[in-house]
Design a protein around this ligand. Structure first.
Ligand code: ADP
Ligand code: MG
Length: 242
């Protein structure tokens, strides 16, 4: 589903990614972790073609981000992205936040977009808040809206960039619960997160990044179960967060 092949990227003269390769198969949940500044956000932005790459290739469901014939807006609309800061449209109601991208980008009829929005808000437990504005909701509720908005586009995969790290601790679980449910329903997911409880529960694989490279890429069982096999950097990092 997502094929990352020998990707290198520079911001000006600064090399942020060095020869990164991994594949994410349909239905697979991959957790990406690593120290701040290691290139996690950059890597997932490249998958969604929000950032260009200078070497290598990324192919998402057959669409290459480096192929000039591929419409990058189409690619972006097929991959849902959820950020640390929810980035909802502040002047639109919760329902409108979910319907606008559907009508504008997918050209859905208003009625169809509304019924899709209603069923997704129900699914994330926010049906009662449909008429409110983002600022009237808690951080955890806003993040669940952001997930519902991404799902309204019927994405083939979902990318998460530290979706719970800006939340008060008591709101983290309500967002993780939605992500766990999504994972169990078979969604293909690439999640940058340091929530190792989430990783243990639903991840198939864990990728550890350091200084722009993928240092470890292994099955969850191996990542958590075999500390001897870990690199020193991963071991050091995990000892700080576990
Ligand atoms: P992470 O998400 O792992 O914290 P990032 O991908 O955000 O890492 O950043 C990796 C490195 O690239 C950092 O050193 C950061 O300062 C740098 N960086 C990120 N975005 C930009 C940008 N738009 N321009 C220049 N440097 C950037
Ligand atoms: Mg980041």
């Amino acid at each position: 589903m997502i094929d990352i092949n020998n990707v290198s990227k520079w911001y000006g003269n600064f090399q942020v990614l060095t020869d990164c390769s991994t594949q994410i198969h349909k239905g697979e949940v991959v957790v990406v972790c690593g120290p701040s500044g290691s290139g996690k956000s950059t890597l997932i932005k490249c998958v969604n073609a929000l950032e260009p790459i200078q070497r290598g290739d990324i192919v998402v469901d057959g669409m290459s981000v480096t192929d000039p014939k591929v419409n990058l807006n189409t690619l972006r609309s097929r991959v849902g992205m959820v950020f640390q800061h929810f980035e909802l449209f502040p002047h639109l109601t919760i329902t409108e936040n979910l319907t606008l991208p559907q009508t504008k980008i997918l050209k859905r009829e208003d009625g169809e977009a509304r019924s899709k929005a209603a069923s997704l808000l129900e699914r994330v437990g926010l049906a009662a808040h449909a008429h409110k504005f983002p600022a009237q909701l808690s951080g955890g509720q806003q993040q669940r809206v952001a997930i519902a908005r991404a799902l309204a586009m019927d994405p083939i995969a979902m990318l998460f960039d530290e979706p719970t790290s800006a939340l008060d601790p008591e709101m983290v679980n309500e967002v993780l619960d939605v992500m766990v449910q999504l994972a169990r329903e078979g969604m293909t997911m690439m999640c940058v997160t340091h929530e190792m409880g989430f990783a243990r529960k639903v991840a198939h694989r864990v990728i550890f990044m350091d200084q722009g490279t993928i240092v470890e890429d292994c099955a969850k069982e191996e990542f958590f179960g075999n500390p001897q096999a870990r690199s020193d950097r991963a071991q050091q990092f995990l000892s700080k967060i576990l």
